[in-house]
Each structure stands twice: as structure tokens, then as C-alpha cells.
Write a protein that binds this ligand. Structure first.
Ligand code: FES
Length: 160
């Protein structure tokens, strides 16, 4: 990764947007990377629009992971606002990281982690498995607990 690009990612990770649990979320999606063991969770809240129908009103995330995943999740949660389910479903990792610039091969999985958490949340919405904040809240606790439990491994933990 070039120094410029690396700095962009570092800056985005240092001041991430939409970091933290969303108490009134409609759905939540969690993904873990088997390769590096990092985890990421995305919360989505929907709203109805006259022209587009159901769209993402806002998105937030928590991450137990590397700077790159945090940076991508930050820009991804910004770009998701106003997107329909179909538009969000079509987004790949490279789309989600596009505002920051192309990732080197060894960091592509960091953006994939964000994509997987997003797709998981959208799947929950489609299946109706989690459709209100009461259902999302216990899962949020779960990630927080799993992140805290992992503290013994000396890994970076990021909360708002
Ligand atoms: Fe695993 Fe970035 S190194 S998500």
C-alpha cells in the first residue's frame, strides 16, 4: 500500500464515523474472519421513502479488528444511508472501500469482513429473524462480551 493510501486508511480509522452500538436498530449482522480472527458487527435502521420504499436510514458498527476494517466500516456505514435493500445487497467489499482507495491483496479480506456483516444484517431483515431493537440488543451484548473476553489475547478493542 502506498504511503498516501496507508495514511488515508489510518486517518479514517483514527476518527471513524458511526462507531458504536445502535440501540434502536432494526437488524444487526456479525461477521468473523477465520484467517485473522477479527470480528465486526453492523447495525441497520430502516425507514420508508415514498419513491424508493424501504431504505437504510442509518448504519453503525463495532469492530474487534484491524485499522483497515475499521476504516472501511466507517466509510461503508456513511455510504449505506439512503440505499435500498437491493442496492446495499449489491455492494461488494471493493465498493465499500472505494472512497478510501484500492486495497492491497493481503488487506482485501478486511473489506470482505465489512461486506459479510452487512450481508448478514440484510439477510436477517429479509428472513424477519430480527426485526426490532429488542431482538438486536442481546446480540449486541454478545459481541461486546466476546470482544471483552478476547482482551486476554492482547487484541485491539474499539468502542465508542
Ligand atoms: Fe483481519 Fe483486517 S487483518 S480484518
Amino acid at each position: 500500500m502506498s504511503e498516501d493510501l496507508e495514511q488515508k486508511y489510518r486517518d479514517a480509522a483514527a476518527k471513524p464515523s458511526n462507531l458504536g452500538e445502535m440501540k434502536d436498530a432494526d437488524v444487526v449482522g456479525t461477521a468473523g474472519s477465520p484467517g485473522c480472527g477479527d470480528m465486526l458487527r453492523i447495525w441497520l435502521k430502516f425507514r420508508e421513502e415514498k419513491k424508493k420504499g424501504k431504505v437504510i436510514d442509518k448504519a453503525s458498527f463495532q469492530s474487534f479488528g484491524c485499522e483497515t476494517a475499521i476504516a472501511v466500516a466507517s466509510v461503508a456505514t456513511e455510504m449505506l444511508a439512503g440505499k435500498t435493500m437491493e442496492e446495499a445487497q449489491a455492494l461488494q467489499g471493493e465498493d465499500l472501500s472505494a472512497p478510501l482507495g484500492p486495497l492491497p491483496p493481503m488487506k482485501v479480506h478486511c473489506a470482505s469482513l465489512v461486506e459479510e456483516a452487512l450481508k448478514q444484517a440484510l439477510t436477517e431483515e429479509k428472513s424477519g429473524m430480527i426485526s426490532d431493537s429488542e431482538a438486536a440488543a442481546p446480540q449486541a451484548q454478545g459481541l461486546q462480551q466476546s470482544m471483552q473476553d478476547s482482551q486476554t489475547g492482547g487484541r485491539k478493542i474499539v468502542f465508542d
